[in-house]
Design a protein around this ligand. Structure first.
Ligand SMILES: Cc1ncc(COP(=O)(O)O)c(C=O)c1O
Length: 414
């Protein structure tokens, strides 16, 4: 069966998103659609497209200016302190790997088991991995206890980094960042936030949260072209070996192989020709979001999210996954299973028969997703839950019709 959809509304505002009429995209958590403002920024710059930091020509000069302005915009959007570095990367995975390489020797990293693989796997020596508690307050207590233990009887106080997500890509649940940051401070630890899923849905400000590092992905923030960013404290970044060795990261290269001087600042870790269009697209979205009424956007998204979750709760075979409980604050992401139905097959049928795009699998957060599937089975008393889940995620441009079409399609699966 196929279904006809009304054409997408004419794009009018900077934060309207592009899309293909007839296709319902409910997979924003993987990659969000492109915002009009990002498309416009790229279109405007394309005729000028040239090298960055490498040419004296007018085109190159303009591109260099655009790249550095983009850095300023993204930094401002994320509340960067004057002495923070704003380093462009490919995405959040890249940003966290960069931070992992910049840790001083002997740093202990503390994470929770609910992290996306991007925030579980890059850390050297294997991080201390705390179990995911069943309530946000439990996370704060667990971190306090773990850091207290790490610091106990330690005269030298080696560096400690807490690496935690802002919002889970599996459940959408928000983590208590400000409280976790306070605990980290009390124990003289630094804290890095994987804001890949939080930043598209809510303001994230490094200063207000009082955290040390933030990582985001442009492609989840309505900006295509594969740029991400790491924002944070300059000292570790300036002291670390360059993440990428090559042109642009050096001030001097002599004849002898060891005769290299690396620059400090963001350029130290950005060797090679940068992703100008990605940076400019991301900055355009950041500027537009900074000007937008984010409380109103949040309200609209939460209404849609409630509609989606309420609708799922009414389906007799649907079971939602959650770690913190049904009422915990969350962003527009819902993972669920249909008892007795293979999730990959359901996702394929939604795509083929209803032109609805959702995600299925374990969402690159295998430890958490597996645990939540087991708990969902216990909670629901169903022994026929599948081994993987479905995920629907929403954001700018999502409508009641999109949500209702998904719910209707799930009802009619035979
Ligand atoms: C919470 C979270 N962190 C990190 C990542 C990695 O993002 P990227 O693939 O853009 O590097 C994702 C991707 O889904 C995510 O959801």
């Amino acid at each position: 069966m196929t279904c006809a959809l009304a054409p997408a509304p004419t794009v009018t505002g900077p934060l309207d998103v592009l899309g293909v009429p007839g296709q319902i995209n409910l997979d924003y958590a993987a990659s969000a659609p492109c915002a009009q403002v990002a498309a416009d920024a790229v279109t405007e710059l394309l005729p000028w497209y040239a090298s960055v930091h490498r040419g004296a020509g007018a085109l190159s000069q303009r591109c260099t200016l655009a790249y550095e302005r983009a850095r300023q915009s993204v930094g401002d959007f994320l509340g960067a302190r004057p002495d923070d570095h704003v380093v462009f990367t490919r995405n959040t995975t890249d940003a966290l790997n960069l931070l992992a390489r910049a840790l001083p020797t002997g740093t202990t990293v503390v994470t929770f088991g609910g992290e996306h693989h991007a925030n579980l796997l890059p850390w050297p020596r294997g991080p201390v991995r705390l179990p995911v508690p069943d309530h946000p307050a439990g996370a704060v207590r667990a971190l306090d206890a773990a850091l207290g233990e790490l610091r106990r009887g330690c005269d030298r106080e080696p560096p400690v980094l807490v690496a935690v997500t802002g919002a889970s890509n599996v459940t959408g649940e928000r983590w208590p960042l400000a409280e976790l940051a306070r605990v980290a401070r009390r124990h003289r630890a630094r804290i890095a936030v994987d804001a890949a899923q939080l930043a598209p849905h809510a303001p994230v400000d490094i200063r207000t949260l009082d955290v040390d590092y933030l990582a985001v992905s442009g492609h989840k923030l309505y900006a295509p072209f594969g740029a991400g960013v790491l924002v944070g404290r300059a000292d570790w970044l300036d002291a670390a070996p360059p993440y990428l060795a090559g042109g642009g990261a050096t001030s001097h290269v002599g004849v002898a192989t060891h005769d290299v001087r690396w620059v400090t600042g963001p350029a130290r870790h950005e060797a090679g020709t940068p992703n100008l269009l990605g940076a400019v697209a991301l900055a355009a979205v950041c500027d537009a979001l900074a000007d937008a009424d984010r409380a109103a956007l949040h309200h609209t998204e939460q209404q849609l999210l409630s509609r989606l979750r309420d609708g799922l709760a009414e389906l007799p075979h649907a079971v939602e996954l959650h770690a913190f409980g049904p009422d915990a604050p969350r962003v527009g992401i819902v993972s669920f299973v249909l008892a007795g139905r293979d999730s990959a097959e359901v996702a394929a049928r939604l795509a083929r028969q209803h032109r609805i795009g959702v995600r299925d699998g374990l969402f690159c957060a295998h430890p958490l997703a597996r645990r939540l599937l087991t708990e969902a089975s216990t909670r629901s008393g169903r022994r026929d839950l599948p081994a993987t889940a479905l995920r629907a995620s929403i954001g700018l441009g999502s409508t009641r019709e999109h949500v209702d079409r998904l719910l209707a399609a799930l009802t009619t699966l035979d």
